[in-house]
Design a binder for this molecule. Structure first.
Ligand SMILES: N[C@@H](CCC[C@H](N)C(=O)O)C(=O)O
Length: 283
């Protein structure tokens, strides 16, 4: 074997869902390895691997005997996230392939979720019911979630992580970077927030652009698409099932009795090894 390509160190996979990209580390059978410093370093698109989120697979543990695995999420800035819809779909697809199954159960910070692969090859995940309680979101104080006291009259929806949804005439015309980064840090959101700009483009059809907490502009945000569907329905714009066009493609969202289901494609791009020297320099 060519010794300049040693397969030692820490193995990772690179995946994406509609261009929302991930480094996936499998820590089943050993302790979790990700730290804020490792996430920040790997998230660097010049000196690391580059990703929007890092997803670490862990054993579900005895408290979740019915679950096949557990999943933790980290943003590129080294912060933790309670939910990541696209990474959940990607990693579930991987685990389903490994188990030879079409359905898996997993545990995330927000509880047990279910994912399934459809005949089309698309992967669906039940992201659970939306969080519509100001304390749980969390917000800094009690306000009307459907009409937040911010310019632009946005809606707050939790999907295991906070979202601030602006329903606008034309999402294409919005300054996603300028407004998104300002709203992410608004004092109304003590744990910061993800920010979506959405416009109605047809019956039950929406266009969404996103600024993600801890990652900036991304090509897709699965939990954001779920939050947008909930916000648009609660504002009376759409039914409970919608198609959402994001920068990276299309997600289907269906707010059912048992939770908000999100469906879309997944892609496994490549596998790699973090060199021992690189890891030692981070320690
Ligand atoms: N891209 C994700 C959301 C990732 C987490 C988010 N940035 C946060 O900090 O809450 C998705 O697909 O849901």
């Amino acid at each position: 074997m060519d010794q300049s390509f040693p397969k030692s160190g820490l193995r990772f996979l690179k995946m994406h869902g509609l261009g929302n990209d991930f480094v996936v580390i499998d820590s089943r059978g050993r302790g979790a390895v990700t730290t804020p410093a490792l996430a920040r370093a790997l998230g660097d698109r010049h000196r690391g691997v580059g990703f929007d989120q890092l997803a670490e697979i862990r054993d579900a543990g005895p408290d979740h005997a019915g679950a096949d695995f557990a999943l933790d999420f980290w943003n590129a800035d080294g912060s933790r996230a309670g939910a990541c819809g696209n990474a959940t779909r990607c990693v579930s697809d991987l685990v389903m392939a490994g188990l030879g199954r079409e359905v898996v159960r997993l545990v995330t910070a927000r509880g047990e979720l279910q994912a399934r692969r459809l005949d089309s090859g698309l992967v669906s995940v039940n992201m659970g019911p939306p969080v519509l309680d100001w304390r749980a979101l969390p917000l800094a104080r009690e306000v009307d979630l459907l009409h937040l006291p911010l310019p632009g009259d946005p809606v707050a929806v939790g999907m295991g992580n906070p979202h601030c949804v602006f329903i606008v005439a034309d999402a294409e015309a919005e300054d996603v970077v300028g407004r998104g980064s300002a709203v992410e840090h608004d004092p109304l959101f003590p744990e910061r927030t993800n920010v979506e700009f959405v416009s109605l483009t047809g019956p039950d059809h929406l266009r969404m652009r996103v600024w993600e907490r801890g990652a900036g502009v991304t090509l897709a945000c699965g939990s954001g698409a779920c939050a947008v569907a909930v916000a648009a329905h609660l504002r009376g714009l759409t039914g409970r099932a919608v198609e959402i066009d994001v920068d990276g493609g299309r997600l289907s969202i269906d707010w059912r009795e048992d939770g908000v289901w999100m469906t879309g494609p997944v892609a496994h791009v490549f596998d790699g090894w973090l060199s021992p020297d690189y890891l030692a320099a981070l320690a």
